[in-house]
Design a protein around this ligand. Sequence first.
Ligand SMILES: [Zn+2]
Length: 299
Amino acid sequence: MPYSLQIGAIRCHIVSDGRQRSDGGGFFGLVPRTLWEPVVAPDTKNRIPSDLRCLLIESEQGLILVDTGQGDKITAKSRGFLGMTDANRRLIGDLAQLGIAPEDVDIVLLTHLHGDHAGGATRFQVGNDPNSDVVPTFPRARYLVQRQELADASFPNERTRGTYFPENWEPLHTAGQLDVVAGDQYLTPSVRTEIIPGHTASLQVVWVENGGESLLFLGDACNWAVHLERLAWVPAFDLDPMISIESKRHLRGEAMRRNALLIFQHDAQVVTGRLQEGKRDPIVQVEIGEAAWRPEDVL
Ligand SMILES: [Zn+2]
């Protein structure tokens, strides 16, 4: 079920490509399990759920989709490894509930090229046939990717190659639909991106600002709400944790100043919230929450 929001005159929808399970240590890094366990209980394999949220913006210049989830190209074995079931709500289904077909999307903005964000950018041409060509999922869209991110993804190292798969972006280039950009971008007068390094060198977050209201799609700059409340809580996934901390300090200030509506991409319990002054650090006042996760839940 999509969540629809209004930011001034701009209509936005939080959609999702479903959920997967990831190792709790990946999301919480150096933080001991005894500290993060009260926030989200892990299953018997120490995994916690990770939502694959995306944002659809009805902008002044057409439909902008931010991120695409895992998509349908991953193998059944990988889906099993990620704890995904076919019962998942998926991105294309959520868009259909809004009356939007893939060919309606004008711009796809990829915050970065990790598999759980860019996997849905392309699909097999023939159903789920892995021997068919891989083509853009959104046939009319311009796909926006940061130049630095494309370079890092194209020449991965031992640590990053497990999440960068060329089939997620090379078909976009072949189809002439890939726009490589560098630095912060204004997509429309109300929609802009900001480079927030740490998770990757050129991760981009998305701001929607209209009529005095602000929305901040945090992407992997801040996976869970608690990561924004506690600056030292940095995922092990982040390539440069000290820079992540400074990036989060910056985002906290900007979000507080604008009273921005925050969207958490992976938090299985907090979908949106706003920052409020707390005793020591700001706290996230939840606006849309999902039922607390239990380890025995089937995704
Ligand atoms: Zn990522």
